[in-house]
Design a protein around this ligand. Sequence first.
Ligand SMILES: [Zn+2]
Length: 417
Amino acid sequence: MPHGYSLMVKEALIQSAEESSQTDICINSGEICDIGRPLEHQADEYIEAGGKLVSPGFANAHTHLDKSDLLSRMTPDQFGYSLEQNRQLIRQFKKNYTVSEVKERAVKVALEMLAQGTTAIRTQVDVDPTAGLTPLKALLELKEELVDKITIQICAFPQEGVLKEGAYKLLEGAMQEGADLLGGLPLVEEGLENQRRHIDLLFELAMKYDKHLDVQVDESNDPKDFILPYLVEKTLMEGYQGRVAATHAISLAAVEDAAAMPVMEKMAEAKMTVIVTPSCNLITRFPAQPGSRPHNSITRIKELSRAGVKVALGTDNIRDVFYPLGNGSMLREMHVMATTTRLSGVKDIDAVLDMATLNAAELLGLDYGVEKGKTADLLVTAADSKRDLICGPENIPVIIKNGRMVRRTAPVPPTRS
Ligand SMILES: [Zn+2]
């Protein structure tokens, strides 16, 4: 007796590390219900994949939708500043934020991301005495409005620190207002003791509201700015295994192997995920410091993976004061990642794609994969292989979110053979 399904993707190419096969994918109630061929099934709607690769949707593990597209408000004299100057400049913009102004830019960039295959986003949102809760309110509205198209997870980010007067209270307000998790930026505090205090307070708040943590650590080229070991220690001490992500972790690449290796082993024990944003890490100016091991501002991707630490990919800022470039494409970010970390071998490409799909989705609490029982957030691509996907034109003909086709830009092109 044939089953009825809401959507069927026919002749989809599925690639795993071991094999690739052409198959049909049956979807119902937002889930992949059946995979195989030939299936005697009927569906309300069909998509002919024509033997092209079907991939899980892209999940962008780190971006700042509230700041995105500030480029459209910037004047020519506001370009090319250092990281510290940019932190001053952003305050000028934030003073003029309104909910509708932030939302207008954020919607535009979120939809740009969706159009390029991103079905889930973890966005940071500034919560600090300059911005107040205005950007958070804008992103909470955005999250609700786009819920059928793109999953948005909101991380309250103390851009100006936690110790500044009023900052902690605002973060607590953000937790109560509906932020999904808590972010951090210890390096913005002066001196090691305050940086540790920053982390302590993050844990205090996260535990009080039962939230995960995502801390931007060691965005510096100075091996002395190495707060990561403390974050790892604290994660283990508080029993927060599997609930803490470390974003950037650049100093891990600046310190010597003997200092880095034990930290990475403990990170695996703490089940931490490292979020990497290669484009933004590359553009930030990091003056060489005495004692710094030569590196290109991107953390130790290969060593982390070997140690059993999951790595997830994010674009970071899109067209704002920190990064006045970008179009939100995860395919482009994967290409940058593969190039800058020399992850170009046969299995490396699988690993890079996993960082932008399975690993990032898992971090966001989503169950991604082209397998029975997984969430039907899928991309019918124009590619004949995973490598072809990363190297080819940034064109995703069909985007499926929660089992529904949310975007179809072109017929799937015929196979090359
Ligand atoms: Zn960031």
